[in-house]
Design a protein around this ligand. Structure first.
Ligand code: SF4
Ligand code: SF4
Length: 372
């Protein structure tokens, strides 16, 4: 898959092509079968190539919390790639926004370090600068290993997200940015609508070649670190992120055309979510009574709260639940605009400063930050 360069090359994606998305039944003990099928449907010319595999490692957490890609899927993909004679395998991600959940600790605690079978590398250690969209930043720093990869395999997780409604294949690429830059871009984006633009601009810097999604146990409700888990029993795969995320949106009961980041990705020629443009290998079912994030709503396109959120006029703000908050202060440290202060025993948000990025909700280890 070619690297998308600002202002050129992207039009080549605009040809009318039918994308394919695999939906395969799986458990964490049987996911190798689904991985084999994914490589059959989307063969990769891996022999003697440098292969980078990137799970979604949001932060240090246990595998049972299902905040990150499950180690069983990572191990199955690593073992599959090993059989295809790569010259080099690297497994890594850039967890976190600043310093919380440092890289090695996040991989160790989740079990992803063991699943990486010795191929783990801290992707934040070697970086390079790339031109970025001038409306946001003239250039960004990205993990060099990813830019140098011959084959880049992304392993997203089936989850909801307070800011982008769902997180999946496109959003997983936000992790090609190391550390503090993610928070800086949140701050520069300023509004949720502009953040949707940012994640597509980051995604197109190096479009992954293959996506294999952990949808064995997914997440609903107040994601991306919600306690509301949902057994789905599937592995999804595709070589196109927009098509895959479109299928995930439909499974969640959403109209993918109502999600701004998918609208933008489609408009940029990065793929299509239209059901007539996506061939499904397997069976797609809408998940009954799937719980969307607080701002999701059933008819998201016509949901005035979503429109308000997009325009940054919403009154919705994060609020710490004193019952669960341990006053650890992590949310205060991570807020990119210093909108949180500790008052007595829990943090309080200044609604006039808050840019509704929901990073505090994302990183709270106690899942105590709610959106109200
Ligand atoms: S809301 Fe969460 S991150 Fe913030 S102080 Fe409380 S426990 Fe820590
Ligand atoms: S308070 Fe939370 S949602 Fe508001 S800007 Fe800070 S991290 Fe983002």
């Amino acid at each position: 898959m070619p690297v998308a360069v600002m202002g050129e090359g992207v039009d080549t994606y605009k040809e009318k092509i039918m994308h394919r998305v695999m939906i395969h039944p799986a458990s964490y003990t049987s996911c190798r079968e689904a991985v084999d099928r994914a490589f059959e449907l989307f063969p990769q010319n891996i022999a003697q190539k440098k292969v980078v595999i990137k799970p979604n490692v949001l932060r240090a957490s246990t595998a049972q919390e299902h905040i990150v890609t499950n180690p069983a899927l990572l191990r199955a993909v690593v073992e599959k790639v090993e059989t295809l004679s790569p010259a080099r395998i690297i497994v890594g991600d850039n967890p976190g926004l600043f310093s919380y959940g440092d890289n090695e600790n996040s991989f160790e605690k989740t079990g992803l370090m063991a699943a990486a079978k010795g191929y783990y590398k801290n992707l934040g250690n070697t970086t390079q600068s790339l031109a970025f969209h001038p409306d946001f930043m003239p250039e960004v720093v990205v993990s060099k290993e990813i830019m140098d990869a011959d084959i880049f395999i992304s392993l997203p997780k089936f989850k909801t997200h307070g800011l982008t409604v769902m997180t999946g294949a496109v959003k997983n690429s936000y992790g090609i940015l190391p550390g503090a830059q993610k928070a800086r871009l949140h701050r520069i984006a300023g509004t949720p609508a502009r953040f949707h633009e940012v994640i597509v601009e980051v995604f197109r810097l190096r479009v992954p070649d293959l996506f294999i999604m952990d949808a064995v146990v997914g997440m609903e409700g107040n994601g991306p670190s919600s306690p509301d888990l949902r057994h789905i029993g599937l592995i999804l795969a595709s070589d196109n992120a927009v098509a895959m995320d479109g299928v995930v949106a439909r499974m969640m009961g959403l109209d993918p055309g109502a999600l701004r980041f998918l609208q933008k990705a489609k408009a940029m020629g990065l793929g299509d979510f239209d059901s007539q443009m996506v061939q499904i290998h397997g069976q797609m079912q809408v998940l009954t009574d799937f719980k969307l994030p607080p701002l999701g709503g059933e008819a998201i396109a016509g949901n005035p709260m979503i429109q308000e959120l997009m325009n940054n006029k919403t009154k919705v703000r994060p609020k710490a639940d004193p019952e669960f908050c341990t006053a650890c202060g992590a949310c205060i440290d991570q807020c990119p605009v210093q909108a949180l202060t500790m008052e007595e025993t829990f943090p309080v948000v200044d609604a006039n400063i808050c840019i509704t990025c929901f990073c505090c909700q994302e990183i709270c280890p106690e899942k105590a930050m709610t959106l109200t």
